[in-house]
Write a protein that binds this ligand. Structure first.
Ligand SMILES: Cc1ncc(C[n+]2csc(CCOP(=O)(O)OP(=O)(O)O)c2C)c(N)n1
Ligand SMILES: [Mg+2]
Length: 615
């Protein structure tokens, strides 16, 4: 028996957790991020300090905003293919509720994060404690309940005895590729400090084996019958391809069977951009080549994709296709009435490939796809081009960052107009080098996520592309990057507001209301984001021409300091369009001509929606 507080036991336990896949072991939770307050400083704070003093390897890192630290943990998990993540400790009240947005992002993106919010006293000696919600209908309600719907496992440790089983359940969910997402253990502040006699085995080294489930034979045979009858097959590669490490298996499958590949945001980089069968981004933010091939496909092989509305163009992209879905979760495999091949992506591709032995698509079909691909390549070349003396367009900024980044360097982005342009214009060379969070598309992810990426892959340079709107949501994590010595190159694309939502607003008849940063008279704001970044400890380079941008990117890359390259662009300049539709319902009745016109366009657009109900 070991007598420790609940918080001390938790820390001792976390330091002994490992994950293993394909014989490779790594620490499951190698570090803890946090912000202390009265809800965790005496419990987890004391425990982490004591552990550090005793030489336990669970370093603590201070972040500036709880939401940011969950993004950091998510990004870390994504970079490590979900085999490792970070713990996040918070105080009670606002510290805890600041986790909610990050937790939703992690769960939606199917990424493990371990959240340890403090909670109100379990013993209720003198309620309400500072920051307690105090629900008059039940003293059992706390703000941490807000984390329940966004967590894949949620528990509150009201008694020390509850901790061991909760810890094991939490680790299981974190490492289960089917269930993974945010895991929350709410820790009442009195219970954190309470001592208990723990069985020694609780602190033994423990390895969580991440399985590669093989798909059912019958399902593979059913899928193979459909695939081998296809004349115009296409693979939709999602994030699952990358998390499973299935990129080589995918390449082998499509090369043997002659199947073009289109990629979702999370799946971008599944094939290198210059692979002859790579048609690039698909869907609303997709390339014209990918969307054309997807629209005419008779069989769609979805691998590790959630089929979000951005991928399916809100149900309008695919025609009368049959779907064969390889996915680790039955939930995703069943989408679009697909044949469900439930299993690990790498294993499933191998099994399906074997079952389709000898079959390949017609060469003429592949040649047609290659032709579309070449035409799109020319569109990208034109969009990315700008003369050295010219003011950079957003597409040219993306091109310059792509040129400056080495083949393994990582681009990070999340919200605004850049994810769409990146999806279409970025040329990815490595499965981990394109890191756009587009499940939650959460403004503020960019810098915090960049920290997680760099911590997980210190040998890769990290280029964070962030819009001015996203930057203003969470610039505080620049301080964390500086303090922790996590070097980032941040390219701050400043177009004085929301280019993306401005454009969307105009297209739905909302007249760009509230989408530009300006004062009540419509004049530009006296706001200097470069000065803001400098005040937070970053090196700042301001650029006005393409030549200056390229020089600044090189200097930022060579520097060992976090550097913000501040570039101003025009919000009305849009990148090339891949021609797909997105469902954003427009007012059915309105007094404005703009909204009426938008509504009629909307009604035409939605006529193309299909429900895929193939039995
Ligand atoms: C936290 C959050 N709030 C609101 C939104 C909705 N939204 C999506 S993009 C965007 C504007 C982003 O502005 P900016 O970062 O400057 O990028 P730009 O559109 O100018 O490229 C908004 C408000 C969001 N995605 N996330
Ligand atoms: Mg902007």
């Amino acid at each position: 028996m070991r007598r420790l507080t609940v918080a001390q036991a938790l820390v001792a336990f976390l330091a002994q957790q490992w994950s293993e896949r394909d014989g490779q072991r790594r620490r499951l939770i190698p570090a803890c991020f946090g912000i202390f307050g009265h809800g965790n400083v005496a419990g987890l704070g004391e425990a982490l300090a004591g552990a550090a003093a005793a030489g336990v390897d669970l370093p603590y890192r201070l972040c500036r905003n709880e939401q940011g630290m969950v993004h950091t943990a998510s990004a870390y998990a994504r970079m490590t293919d979900r085999l490792s993540t970070l713990a996040c400790t918070t105080s009670i009240g606002p510290g805890a509720t600041n986790l909610v947005t990050g937790a939703a992002g992690a769960t939606i993106n199917r990424l493990p994060v371990l959240l340890l919010p403090g909670d109100i006293f379990a013993t209720r000696p003198a309620n309400p404690v500072l920051q307690e919600l105090e629900d008059s209908r039940s003293y059992d309600v706390s703000v941490t309940d807000a984390l329940r719907p966004v967590s894949r496992y949620w528990d509150r440790i009201n008694r020390p005895e509850q901790l061991p089983a909760a810890l094991l359940a939490a680790m299981r969910v974190l490492t289960d590729p089917v269930e993974t997402g945010a895991v929350t253990l709410a820790l009442p502040q009195d219970v954190q400090a309470e001592a208990y006699d723990w069985p020694e085995e609780l602190f033994a080294e423990r390895t969580w084996h991440v399985p590669r489930p093989r798909p059912d034979d019958g399902a593979v045979q059913r899928a193979a019958r459909i695939v081998t009858a296809a004349r115009r097959p296409v693979v939709v590669a999602g994030g699952g391809v990358i998390y499973s490490g299935a990129t080589e298996a995918l390449r082998g499958f499509v090369e043997r069977h002659g199947v073009p590949v289109v990629e979702t945001q999370a799946g971008k980089g599944a094939l290198p951009h210059d692979h002859p069968l790579s048609l690039g981004a698909v869907g609303v933010t997709g390339t014209a080549a990918a969307n054309e091939v997807a629209a005419h496909a008779d069989v769609v092989i979805g691998v590790g994709t959630r089929y979000s509305d951005f991928t399916t163009a809100s149900g309008t992209l695919f025609g009368d296709a049959r779907f064969v879905n390889l996915n680790i979760t039955g939930f995703d495999a069943a989408k679009l009435s697909g044949v469900q091949v439930v299993g690990d992506a790498r294993e499933s591709l191998a099994a399906l490939g074997a079952a389709c032995d000898g079959w390949a698509s017609e060469p003429a079909y592949r040649a047609g796809a290659a032709d579309l691909r070449d035409r799109w390549t020319a569109v990208v070349d034109r969009a990315r081009h700008a003369d050295p003396g010219a003011r950079p367009t957003q597409a040219a900024v993306i091109g310059a960052v792509n040129d400056a980044a080495g083949p393994r360097d990582v681009v990070v982005c999340a919200a605004g107009s850049m994810p769409g342009d990146l999806h279409k214009l970025w040329r990815s060379t490595d499965p981990k080098a394109y890191h756009v969070e587009y499940g939650y598309s959460c403004m503020g992810y960019e810098i915090a996520g960049g920290i997680g990426v760099r911590l997980a892959a210190p040998d890769r340079e990290v280029f964070v592309l962030v819009g001015d709107g996203s930057y203003l949501m969470l610039p505080s994590e620049l301080v964390t990057a500086v303090a922790e010595g996590v070097k980032l190159v941040v390219v701050l694309v400043d177009n004085q507001g929301f280019a993306s939502i401005g454009r969307l607003s105009e297209s739905v008849g909302a007249q760009r209301l509230g989408t530009a940063y300006q004062d009540r008279e419509g004049a530009p704001l006296p706001v200097d984001l470069g000065a803001n970044a400098a005040s937070l400890g970053a090196e700042v380079l301001r650029v006005t021409t393409m030549a200056e941008l390229r020089a600044a990117l090189d200097a930022a890359k060579a520097s060992d300091r976090t550097t913000v390259v501040h570039v101003k662009t025009d919000p009305r300049e849009a990148g090339p369009d891949g021609g797909a539709w997105w469902d954003v319902p427009v007012a059915e009745v309105s007094t404005t001509a703009e909204a009426q016109a938008a509504r009629s366009g909307y009604e035409t657009g939605r006529k193309a929606r299909r429900t895929h109900l193939h039995p």
